[in-house]
Design a protein around this ligand. Structure first.
Ligand SMILES: *Cc1c(COP(=O)(O)O)cnc(C)c1O
Length: 384
C-alpha cells in the first residue's frame, strides 16, 4: 500500500479484534516497503551520520509546522536540555515546570544545573495552571532567579500559550514548550512548533510522530538560537566543523531514523485526522457518564498522543478494563514530588490537583487505527 491512503478508520472487520493501547504494527505494515527501501538507500550510501535525509526531514518538519528552523537531535530529552543550554539556563535559575508530566521534563531542567519549580495543573485540561504559576513566582525563594516557563502539552493538548506568553512578557521570562506528546496539535490554527518561542519534541516510537528508535527536535523562529543548538549537538563546533566554539555534546539524529521519520511523516496527516475522529467518538460515548475526558478548550486541537479521562472511581474502572482484557495505563500515578529523585522539590502544601489526577487519571486506548466499534466497547466497559 505505498500510495499512502489515509488509514481505513472504520474498517468493520477490525471491530472484533483485540483492542491495542497503541498500534506500532499497522503503520509498519502500511509503510514497510517504503521504509525498507529508504533504509537500504542509507545503508548503501554509508552516510550513517547526518546523511541527506536529516536535512530533508528538518525541511519537511519546518514546512509541516511553520517553524522557521528545525534542529533534530538524539532524543526529546536532549531537545529540552540543549534548547535550555542555548538560552543560557543554568545554576541559580528557576524553571517553572508542571508537576503532572513525565520525569524527562524535570530531568532536563536539573541537568542544566537550574532548579525546577513544580507548578500545579488545571483540573480540567491537566496542563500548567497559570494561577498557580503566578503564586509560585510570587513566593519564589529569593536565592533563585526566575528565568523560564517550561510548559508541557500533556497527552497532546497544547498548554494555554496566550496566557503564558502574556505572563512571560510581563515578568521578563523565557517560554518553552515541551511538545514531546503534541506533534500535530494546534491552537487557533497555529501549529505545535510555533506556539511558544522555542519548542522541543520527541520521536520516541510511541509519540504521535514516532521513529524506530530515539530522536527529537528543537523548533524555533529564532535563527541565532537554532544555530547555537546546531553547534551544541555537534560538540559545540562551528558549521564547517573546524573550530570548537563552546563545550558541546554528541546529540545527532542518525540518518536511518531520519529516513524512517520521513516515511512516517507521509502518513501523519491521515493518522492525526483519525485520532481526532476517535477522540470525538470517545467524547460522545462518555458524555453522560461520570468519566470526565481531558477538556479540550475552544480553538485547541490535541495531537492525541493519549486519550485520558479522570474518574473518582478510576481504580475500580481499571479493574473492569483489566477483566475485559482492554489495555489502559495510569500515567503519572506516582507524582514526581513523591519520588526519591524529586522529593526535595515538593512545595509546602503539596500539589493538590496533581495528586488528585494521580488517583483519578485513566488513559484509554488511542491510536489512528482504532475503530468506532472498539471505542464503543471500551466505553461500554466503563459503564456507559
Ligand atoms: C517522552 C517525553 C519526553 C522525553 O522524550 P524522549 O524522546 O523519550 O527523550 C519529554 N517530555 C514528555 C512530556 C514526554 O512525554
Amino acid at each position: 500500500m505505498p500510495d499512502h491512503a489515509p488509514p481505513a478508520v472504520h474498517a468493520a472487520e477490525h471491530d472484533r479484534s483485540a483492542i491495542r493501547f497503541l498500534d506500532l504494527d499497522t503503520p509498519y505494515r502500511l509503510l514497510k516497503q517504503d521504509i525498507l527501501r529508504a533504509m537500504e538507500t542509507v545503508l548503501d550510501s554509508h552516510a550513517f551520520i547526518h546523511g541527506p535525509p536529516v536535512a530533508e526531514l528538518e525541511s519537511a518538519l519546518a514546512e509541516h509546522t511553520g517553524a522557521a528552523h528545525v534542529v533534530t537531535v538524539a532524543s526529546g530529552t536532549d531537545a529540552l536540555y540543549l534548547a535550555m543550554l542555548a538560552q543560557g539556563i543554568g545554576p541559580g535559575d528557576a524553571v517553572f515546570v508542571p508537576a503532572y508530566t513525565y520525569c524527562a521534563t524535570v530531568n532536563a531542567v536539573m541537568h542544566t544545573g537550574a532548579t525546577p519549580v513544580l507548578v500545579d495543573v488545571d483540573p480540567d485540561t491537566f496542563n500548567i495552571d497559570v494561577r498557580d504559576l503566578r503564586h509560585r513566582l510570587d513566593t519564589l525563594d529569593r536565592a533563585l532567579r526566575p528565568r523560564l516557563i517550561m510548559a508541557v502539552d500533556i497527552f497532546g493538548l497544547p498548554a494555554d500559550y496566550p496566557a503564558l506568553q502574556a505572563l512571560a512578557a510581563r515578568e521578563g521570562l523565557l517560554l518553552m514548550a515541551d511538545a514531546a506528546q503534541s506533534f500535530g496539535a494546534s491552537l487557533n490554527g497555529t501549529r505545535c512548533g510555533r506556539l511558544a518561542p522555542v519548542t522541543a519534541t520527541s520521536f520516541y516510537p510511541t509519540k504521535p510522530l514516532g521513529g524506530y528508535g530515539d530522536g527529537g527536535a528543537i523548533l524555533t523562529d529564532d535563527a541565532a538560537l537554532a544555530a547555537h543548538c546546531r553547534s551544541l549537538r555537534w560538540h559545540g563546533m562551528d558549521d564547517s566543523r573546524t573550530e570548537s566554539l563552546r563545550p558541546g555534546t554528541n546529540s545527532r539524529l542518525d540518518t536511518l531514523q531520519a529516513a524512517v521519520l520521513l516515511a512516517k511523516l507521509r502518513l501523519f496527516h491521515g493518522e492525526h485526522a483519525a485520532r481526532e475522529q476517535m477522540a470525538a467518538h470517545y467524547a460522545a460515548c462518555l458524555r453522560d457518564s461520570e468519566v470526565r475526558p481531558q477538556l479540550i478548550p475552544e480553538g485547541y486541537h490535541s495531537g492525541w498522543a493519549h486519550y485520558t479521562v479522570r474518574a473518582p472511581n478510576a481504580a475500580h474502572l481499571a479493574d473492569k478494563l483489566d477483566t475485559a482484557g482492554i489495555p489502559f495505563k495510569r500515567y503519572y500515578q506516582q507524582p514526581l514530588h513523591w519520588q526519591p529523585a524529586f522529593r526535595h522539590l515538593a512545595p509546602d502544601g503539596g500539589l493538590p490537583v496533581t495528586e488528585q489526577l494521580a488517583k483519578e487519571g485513566l488513559t484509554l486506548p488511542m491510536h489512528p487505527y482504532l475503530t468506532t466499534g472498539q471505542v464503543e466497547r471500551v466505553c461500554a466497559v466503563l459503564g456507559t
